[in-house]
Design a protein. Structure first.
Length: 392
């Protein structure tokens, strides 16, 4: 199963990937432009799926997301096998290619409708609902507006024409969405739905036009799913632990998916990647939008969010030319996964940036003072490790 988001380079990469599959005798299904979770759902009865996307990154980037039939990302072992085979091909040692009479086939298929129908069957959504929808000119544009229309929702669509140039920065951060507040209020909407480039992410606004933090969305979804066992990342708020039993993974939704294979009712990370195991182990921003609309059909989202615990979170970054070495010296098994220190009234996470010469410290406390204490504790440990390395 193959599909792609809206980036201008997507068709070229999809065709190249398909050509390679055909060369080895595969039967390829072309889902066209579609969100990553739609490709994942469509691939549940295939050997694997590939979505051509760079997710929430800028439109000049692109890549391949390889997914198992259950929607989970390829494991590190699968990635290593894939990389070895690519290396063998580059060295002129390809194995297993088909003879000319056994070359593969390719066929086009509508994968949007089955995904949409599954979501509509999963939720009761009021026809009186009013929603603002911002797909960021990404792949969500081909399904979320029509999903809401089929449910009878009165949707005001912004940036919902798929295009290779995104109308706004793709990542659904509050700072990238300053206009949503006024749209919600002017429309008298029950909330707003926001996607990134491939719609594996969902973030929302309440009926007051307020951006809902990822931690609060996690608690909201867990409550209405009746999830008692939640998988999330080490940088998520400790508040979720007041509503469910929690297992934590390194930062990255692929780690959540892997943990959900054996434990958990629901998972995700506060960046907007929500995983619903009964649907797929791929983060599904479209399914999340359906769930959000179902909740908003019966409740004012603002009233639900305002009842949730909320603790101060401080995020800082510090220049560090040898960040990975410093984190290793501090005892981190993987520097970019980081080291988490937990106390009764707070925690801090110290991580080496994967893209910049920096160390990032995230600290949360039940009070601002305890959050600041945890940040200072992390910074003190960081400085001590740096000094030890410089002396050695």
């Amino acid at each position: 199963m193959t599909g792609r988001d809206c980036r201008t380079s997507g068709k070229i990469l999809q065709d190249a990937f398909t050509a390679g599959d055909l060369h080895y005798g595969a039967k390829v299904i072309d889902g066209g432009i579609a969100p990553t979770p739609t490709v994942a759902y469509a691939g549940r009865n295939t050997s694997f799926s590939c979505c051509i996307t760079a997710s929430h990154n800028p439109e000049e980037f692109n890549g391949l997301k390889l997914l198992n039939p259950d929607g989970s990302a390829f494991t590190k072992r699968q990635q290593a096998i894939t990389e070895r085979r690519i290396s063998a091909f580059e060295e002129g040692k390809p194995a297993g290619k088909a003879s000319w009479e056994n070359q593969g086939t390719v066929s086009a298929e509508d994968i949007i409708t089955p995904h949409k129908e599954k979501i509509l069957d999963s939720f009761d959504i009021s026809e009186k609902l009013r929603m603002v929808v911002d797909c960021g000119s990404g792949a969500g544009s081909v399904i979320t507006p029509s999903l809401l229309a089929d449910a009878g929702v009165n949707a005001a669509c912004i940036n919902c024409t798929p295009g290779g140039v995104f109308a706004r920065p793709s990542e659904p951060l509050e700072t990238n969405l300053p206009y949503i507040h006024d749209f919600v209020l002017k429309r008298g909407a029950n909330g707003a739905i926001v996607h990134d480039g491939d719609a594996d992410r969902f973030m929302g606004f309440d009926e007051k036009g307020r951006y809902i933090s990822g931690d609060h969305l996690m608690m909201l979804f867990a409550e209405f799913l009746g999830a008692k066992h939640v998988v999330t990342t080490v940088d998520a708020s400790m508040a979720i632990e007041e509503t469910a039993e929690v297992r934590r993974t390194p930062v990255g939704d692929s780690y959540d998916s892997e943990e959900l294979l054996s434990w958990g009712d629901f998972g995700g990370e506060a960046s907007g990647a929500w995983i619903f195991p009964e649907m797929s182990l791929c983060p599904d921003g479209i399914y999340a939008a359906g769930l959000f609309c179902s909740i908003a059909s019966e409740h004012k989202i603002s009233e639900l969010v305002d009842k949730m615990p909320s603790y101060p979170i401080l995020r800082s970054s510090y220049p560090c030319g040898n960040a990975k070495e410093v984190l290793t010296a501090m005892g981190a098994e993987n520097p970019t996964d980081g080291l988490r220190i937990t106390e009764d009234d707070g925690w801090c996470l110290i991580r080496a940036s994967g893209t910049e010469p920096k160390v990032r410290i995230t600290a949360e406390g039940k009070t601002t003072a305890s959050a600041e204490k945890m940040r200072e504790k992390g910074l003190t440990m960081l400085k001590a490790a740096g000094k030890t390395l410089s002396r050695g």
